[in-house]
Design a binder for this molecule. Structure first.
Ligand SMILES: Nc1ncnc2c1ncn2[C@@H]1O[C@H](COP(=O)(O)OP(=O)(O)OP(=O)(O)O)[C@@H](O)[C@H]1O
Length: 352
């Protein structure tokens, strides 16, 4: 069994560059110090460990394995500090989120290409960027096109910079800053994961959570809130049951869940009240999220501020990571994440 922190390259095959980083003397793949893969061994059904290790080793990656929440943030930040040029995340959306957050905290976007190896249950983000399987991910790393996509960032509750905090000692209730690749989903939706069947999740992504939530809530009037887009004319006040803020993902209009990840804007969907329709399955989702639905509001904006006016706090899920707050700002960092994409990636999903 290889140890978790293993597989450093043989330095005899390397020479030093003037900047101090190692490269292969034969000009082949960069050395292991240039390529780091962060592996969550238990994600999904937990049977990917061997295949990921084999392919990662063949493709010149060092491997670090996570033991617990927060590890991937620290490992990714370490990789940036150690001069990595490619940092890959092998896990579900939670691991992808932690790795991109670690790169953000280490200010590594100019230096690092971010790779996605789908090892979760739904793998929604990987699918959106055209990566179909573990094996396909490594092919795409070598020969796929590279794009620069946006990153969503949430700030809440504190002015203390996130890079000053140890991720293992973080208290999300104290506030902070956090990246998201896919979505920031607020309101009762964020609480409903346990009620959502995996079949529904596969088919509808985050919309499934909204459906489940609305199905279990019978007497809920929504929470009074105000959403402002900083002088960009769009604002909304009212009682909402859910707010869905998408970067990589949006909420289905005619079944499409991928957002434009390169437009520098967030796709915001506000679910105003509990609709009285029969909330089961795809047909209901189309009605619920369709363009004409009265209780759905949509905004597109590079940034927004959300304030809960009722004195309550709301729970938000950032790619599955939970925070709780009465006020937050959300912004997009346009085009900061460079990543290899598969042929199926659609830069502009609205351009049919
Ligand atoms: N070895 C580990 N054991 C338990 N939890 C871990 C470990 N490593 C990381 N984690 C935590 O598990 C969280 C969930 O990981 P991830 O989303 O990658 O897997 P998953 O939940 O199985 O996948 P999916 O969301 O697709 O179902 C991570 O965000 C991280 O906080």
């Amino acid at each position: 069994m290889p140890s978790p922190e293993n597989l450093r390259s043989d330095t005899s095959t390397t020479r030093n560059r003037t900047d101090g980083r190692r490269v292969r003397a034969d000009g082949g793949h960069p050395t292991h110090s240039d390529r780091m893969l962060i592996l969550h061994p238990e994600s999904g059904n937990g049977d990917h460990d061997h295949e990921v290790r084999r392919l990662a080793t063949e493709h010149g990656f060092s491997i670090r394995e996570t033991d617990d929440a927060g590890d991937a943030i620290r490992f990714a930040a370490d990789a940036v500090d150690d001069g990595a040029e490619f940092v890959a995340a092998a896990g579900g959306d939670g691991t992808l989120n932690e790795v991109i957050e670690g790169i953000r905290r280490a200010d590594g976007f100019e230096q690092v290409t971010f790779g996605v190896v789908p090892c979760g249950t739904g793998n929604n983000f990987a699918e959106n960027v055209g990566i179909e399987s573990i094996e396909h991910a490594f092919e795409v790393f070598e020969s796929g096109g590279r794009r620069r996509i946006d990153l969503g960032v949430v700030h809440w509750g504190t002015d203390e910079p996130s890079w000053a905090r140890d991720p293992s000692e973080e208290d999300p209730s104290a506030g902070g800053t956090r990246a998201f690749l896919n979505s920031c989903v607020g309101g009762f939706t964020a609480e409903a994961s346990d009620e959502t069947s995996s079949d529904l999740k596969e088919r509808l992504g985050v919309a499934a959570y909204v459906l489940s939530t609305l199905r279990v809530m019978t007497d809920f009037d929504g929470i009074r809130m105000h959403i402002d887009t900083h002088g960009r004319e769009q604002q909304w006040s009212g009682d909402a049951v859910s707010v869905l803020i998408g970067n990589g993902r949006r909420f289905p209009v005619e079944g499409r869940t991928q957002a434009d990840m390169e437009d520098g804007r967030l796709d915001v969907t506000i679910v105003e009240e509990r609709p009285t329709i029969d909330l089961v399955g795809q047909a209901a989702a189309s009605r619920l999220f369709g363009r004409d639905t009265e209780h759905i509001n949509r905004l597109k904006t590079p940034a927004l501020q959300l304030d809960v006016l009722s004195g309550e706090t709301l729970r938000f899920s950032l790619d599955g990571e939970m925070i709780e707050t009465a006020s937050l700002t959300v912004e997009t960092l346009e085009g900061v994440v460079e990543l290899p994409v598969g042929d199926a990636y659609e830069p502009d999903p609205d351009d049919d």
